[in-house]
Design a protein around this ligand. Structure first.
Ligand SMILES: Nc1nc2c(ncn2[C@@H]2O[C@H](COP(=O)(O)OP(=O)(O)OP(=O)(O)O)[C@@H](O)[C@H]2O)c(=O)[nH]1
Ligand SMILES: [Mg+2]
Length: 364
């Protein structure tokens, strides 16, 4: 949770997961796999994974004390820079773990926040990420203080002086938060004005799991050259581009931030203005990486976010992309297919005309 953590060097980390009875093994493994990808995105090398099966979350350490001791033992034999928890930890859990394990602790949300920080390019994206970071920091200020005083060899946050400083810091951050919200509101207003001006136009949103190929598709359809890469969260900003479907139909296609499993609520709230574009769409194209082995899980994760932003009722075409990577052709994912689905490959330009026809049919 520490701002001075050195992301530049090759950090070695371990992942810790708590499997509750309400979660299936498959779901839990997918979530761990995802965190692994997320940490690789930050340049971390994952050295070990600890999974504890437990009936409930422990309030003090999140996992059981015995497991914490086991991890501590592992840390003493290995050169590990941080311990990543596949969940959002409370400020107290984070502080306790950090003290006991004497290393940097990251909750899942923080890993995502750091990636977003790295990726933010536009002013709006930067503000949104900053807002999410401050909201995240606020209940954890005490931990930062504790940490700094430990590193500096101080006595920690005791007595009136420390408390006063803590209150002061809290106030400064709250101030920052309202300033950012103010700025975002202004941007939001501009955006909704822009939206009003194109009320009669056909807004279509691309949504999907990160790295599914949303930006690649918009680049192909709109002949643009937006940043599309084989990495998580290459897109943070929503971008709207005009796409010519046929002589009678031109749509506005909206590229959006990718979703993942357990996308933190705070982050979703901070990206509200970006995500609002989705709720204003006439049609959603849900882009799915057809070659992913966690296809079901990815679809579910996206649907969960759509539900959260109240967009489940918008008509949706599911677009299974990357079929060029399927060895057995589409038969591999055929069981996923329903009436409103389509298989394409942006890379090999397969199924693109069919997709346009489907879009056209919808607007007719
Ligand atoms: N093999 C194959 N790769 C593809 C296809 N479409 C996209 N890709 C690759 O998939 C990677 C991710 O593509 P993006 O377009 O950045 O994906 P995105 O959904 O916009 O991802 P985020 O913005 O990170 O959420 C890139 O390396 C693309 O070249 C396809 O049809 N086949
Ligand atoms: Mg993208």
């Amino acid at each position: 949770m520490l701002t001075e953590f050195n992301f530049e060097k090759e950090n070695q980390v371990v992942i810790v997961s708590l499997k509750l009875p309400s979660i299936s093994d498959e779901e839990n493994n997918n979530s761990i796999e995802e965190l692994k990808l997320l940490s690789q995105t930050l340049g971390f090398a994952v050295k070990e994974i600890f999974v504890q099966k437990k009936d409930r979350i422990e309030p003090d350490y999140y996992i059981g004390k015995g497991k914490v001791e086991e991890i501590k033992l592992y840390l003493s034999d290995n050169n590990i820079d941080a311990v990543l928890f596949d969940s959002e930890l409370t400020g107290v859990q984070e502080r306790n773990l950090e003290k006991l394990l004497n290393t940097t602790i990251f909750g899942r949300t923080e890993v995502i926040l750091h990636i977003f920080k790295k990726r933010a390019r536009t002013n709006e994206a930067k503000l949104q990420v900053q807002l999410a970071s401050y909201e995240y920091m606020l209940p954890r200020l005490r931990n930062m203080w504790d940490h700094f005083s430990r590193v500096e060899g101080g006595i920690g946050l005791r007595g009136g002086e420390g408390e006063k400083q803590l209150e002061l810091d809290k106030r400064i951050i709250k101030n920052q938060i309202s300033k950012i919200k103010e700025k975002l509101k202004k941007i939001d207003k501009q955006m909704s004005n822009r939206r009003k001006n194109r009320e009669d136009t056909n807004l279509v949103s691309l949504v999907g799991y990160t790295n599914a190929g949303k930006t690649s598709l918009i680049n192909l359809l709109a002949k643009t050259n937006l940043f599309a890469e084989n990495m998580l969260f290459s897109t943070l900003d929503s971008t709207v581009r005009r796409v010519f479907i046929n002589d009678n139909l031109t749509i506005l296609l909206n590229d959006t931030v990718g979703f993942i499993n357990k996308l933190p609520h705070g982050l979703v709230a901070s990206f509200k203005s970006t995500l609002d574009e989705i709720t204003n769409s006439k049609l959603i194209l849900h882009i799915i990486d057809g070659s992913s082995h966690s296809i079901k899980n990815n679809i579910q994760s996206v649907n969960k976010v759509l539900e959260e932003i109240d967009a489940l009722n918008i008509p949706t075409i599911r677009v299974f992309n990357k079929i060029d990577l399927l060895n057995n052709g589409i038969s591999d994912i055929m069981e996923e297919k329903t009436e409103n689905d389509i298989f394409i490959s942006v890379k090999k330009k397969i199924g693109i005309e069919e997709l346009k026809e489907k879009i056209n049919k919808f607007f007719e």
